[in-house]
Design a protein around this ligand. Structure first.
Ligand SMILES: N[C@@H](CCC(=O)N[C@@H](CS)C(=O)NCC(=O)O)C(=O)O
Length: 226
């Protein structure tokens, strides 16, 4: 059911998804008028109706507004930075770095860590060869990010960009993953720098959760799909 709203954008999302958080955070940091359109069950997006009505790829996030329906967080972040002029990189070299790190995020950093956290921290699956492999992949990705962030305050250089917004997508969640984040002081400082940006907010304060928690209930789902 859709709530009536004057917001420019609706974001199909759920709070547990760091890929959705990437877009929610960008919308907030840019000061755009948006609201979450909550997609409740973890399997909903694979349903034929979602693929037919919302996005052919059957994945969250999806951003609707200005007559567009956009999917893939990287494409959405790129669209928002191009149309607002924010967080896109200040010259050609920075823009190449933005693209390089967003590709790294999408093929290695987010997939390994997000899947590990989903299996261990949300589904509470015992360790097995798959989680062990993911742990190894996530560790490599964390080591790469740690080194980079020891050399630069933000992943593409001196200023925050959509590459940071993409890479931090899963980093503010507390669910168990088995990764010892105390080993990564540069990543921790970088997350503090991002959290100090005006209008930053935690993912569970921006989007309704599929698995409610009394500790941090978050916003109510006023606009839902289907
Ligand atoms: N590369 C995609 C990844 C999107 C993705 O993996 N989305 C997950 C949620 S985090 C999803 O919708 N999975 C299908 C489902 O939950 O049914 C992006 O960045 O947008």
């Amino acid at each position: 059911m859709s709530a009536s709203t004057n917001d420019e954008f609706a974001l199909y999302c759920r709070g547990e998804s760091g890929n959705c958080y990437k877009v929610a955070l960008m919308l907030n940091l840019c000061g755009l008028a948006w609201h979450p359109r909550f997609v409740n069950f973890f399997d909903d997006t694979s349903k034929p109706a979602f693929r037919k009505e919302v996005s052919d790829m059957g994945e969250l996030p999806v951003l609707e507004g200005r007559g567009l329906v956009l999917s893939q967080s990287g494409v959405i972040l790129n669209y928002l930075s191009e149309t607002t002029g924010h967080f896109g990189g200040r010259n050609d070299e920075e823009r190449r770095e933005v693209l390089r790190w967003m590709l790294f995020d999408n093929h290695r950093f987010t997939p390994s860590y997000a899947t590990l956290r989903f299996m261990k921290g949300i589904r509470k699956i015992e360790d097995n060869p798959v989680t062990e492999w993911l742990h190894g992949q996530a560790t490599i990705a964390f080591d790469v990010a740690e080194q980079r962030l020891g050399e630069h305050p933000f992943v593409a250089g001196d200023a925050p960009t959509i590459a940071d917004i993409s890479m931090c997508g899963y980093q503010y969640y507390d669910e168990a993953s088995g990764i010892d984040r105390g080993r990564y002081p540069n990543i921790r400082s970088w997350l503090e720098r991002i959290a100090a940006l005006p209008r930053w907010a935690h993912p569970y304060d921006l989007m309704p959760r599929a698995i409610p928690s009394a500790d941090r209930p978050g916003p109510a789902a006023q606009d839902t799909w289907p």
